[in-house]
Design a protein around this ligand. Sequence first.
Ligand code: ADP
Ligand code: MG
Length: 612
Amino acid sequence: VVLCEAEEAPPTCSRPYAGEARFNWKLFWQFLRPHLLVLGAAIVLALGAALVNVQIPLLLGQLVEIVAKYTQDHVGSFLTESRHLSTHLLILYGVQGLLTFGYLVLLSRIGERMAVDMRKALFSNLLRQDIAFFDALKTGQLVSRVTTDVQEFKSSFKLVISQGLRSCTQVAGCLVSLSMLSPRLTLLLMVATPTLMGVGTLMGSALRKLSRQCQEQVARATGVADEALGNVRTVRAFAMEHREEERYGAELEESRCKAEELGRGIALFQGLSNIAFNCMVLGTLFIGGSLVAGQQLTGGDLMSFLVASQTVQRSMANLSILFGQVVRGLSAGARVFEYMTLSPCIPLSGGCRVPQEHLRGAIAFHDVCFSYPCRPGFQVLQDFTLTLPPGKIVALVGQSGGGKTTVASLLERFYDPTAGVVTLDGRDLRTLDPSWLRGHVIGFISQEPVLFGTTIMENIRFGKPGATDEEVYAAAQEANAHEFITSFPEGYDTVVGERGTTLSGGQKQRLAIARALIKQPAVLILDEATSALDSESERVVQEALDRASAGRTVLVIAHRLSTVRGAHHIVVMAHGRVCEVGTHEELLTKGGPYAELIRRQALDAPAPDMPR
Ligand code: ADP
Ligand code: MG
């Protein structure tokens, strides 16, 4: 009768999601492997370009040599003598340009494709994580892993291959030609350059630290603006625009100070490094000049030396910048890969399915204990036992914070109980296919319906991908929504805002109901579905809910007791336990906690059906 893929229930587990991640080279290799051929080609081109760069100073020196000859005696034709060298140089420039074009194109191709693959893999694995994972982490952090961190990793990767390879080859190649030109000058250069580089690197790391602080401050300021703009209704309602302005202004001011400090640091660095580089040129000319005067070096060789040493210095400066980029790239990569390998405790699918015709929809909680993974010390449910007979309406009432929503979450298998079992038709939920359970068996309607930024049609179809238009209309009719939808000029094609702000609370809720009903669920969970609505909307929504409840197993969670009177059973819970079960009349005559709740609510507000 039951279709099974895997009988074994996975073990329950819990773990913290924080912690410093290490870069996962194995995973990186998997993303790189499809591009190895192209990468090889890019590397060959980049090396070629670098080798051409090493050639250029030597040829320039030879050209200068010819020029120098003509400054002394003007015999022969400069043009004919230099033509060969000039064309050679021109060809090299052309080749260098072509090679650069080639490897940059190839690298951007690899980088972009890898970034897409990584984003897809990360996003799909994030969507698979347990709800507990999302309890523990901020959405903003997760989004920035998919966007910023992948971006950062991609640019580091491209930069390391292009600049790193080129700079290393150029440093090595030019050092060889330098030492061939003049070993003595090279020795001097070898002492001076690393010293300057060392100072530069120290300054650079200080600047990097400042830059990181700057970015963090900017992020803080953005956070303030984001919060204020995102919650503008609350800000407006409390007339707090001024305070928010001040808060944002203060953060901006802070970030300006930091950014200016960084600007001064960069300016100082640039100024000093200009002085250093110019001094190096002057020093080389001075010492080289005395070598030329002593006839130990030709003027042309000195020229070659100057250009080549500039190439070395530029490349080394590049390498030191690159080092910082590598560090940042590796940590961004580590953050990206961290959640790619994480596997959830509750898989999305896999397990038994009960065929539609055998499904009765009987739910039972047996001695369930539960505490949220992010608050392990706090028991929300203790020995909680509850039966939902098939086709009956059971109401769950109790004080706010008593654990009612938690019961619904366990039924949806957002979490697994720490002890005890939840069963559907006598089968442990953990042996059932979660995607089938959520997609076909259970319809969940919460207090705060969330709609997506698309058409009404698509929003309802979210409950059953591939549903026909007729099915959507039928579900909307069942949810009392068809009438208001067709009153819109664009009907079912009306695009609702990202948060559905163009609709009233009651309208949003009815769309949410239609979305839940379209999958024809055997079990319906209504978690305070009408409590955020005014009494007029509540009436319309309640009517839809009453109609939808017929013939289904329904769990109604409510704190407004007027809405649960008609339930077959009323279960009162307090402190994570069931304290009373019965019908409305039974519980009233018993005079226990339920009667007490009723009495208190009658004092708080007149019942909605009382004449005013
Ligand atoms: P109710 O729906 O009856 O108002 P809930 O089931 O939402 O109560 O909450 C029960 C208890 O569990 C509360 O003390 C609440 O603070 C806690 N709680 C609810 N959701 C979470 C969560 N995601 N992580 C940690 N604790 C939670
Ligand atoms: Mg609740």
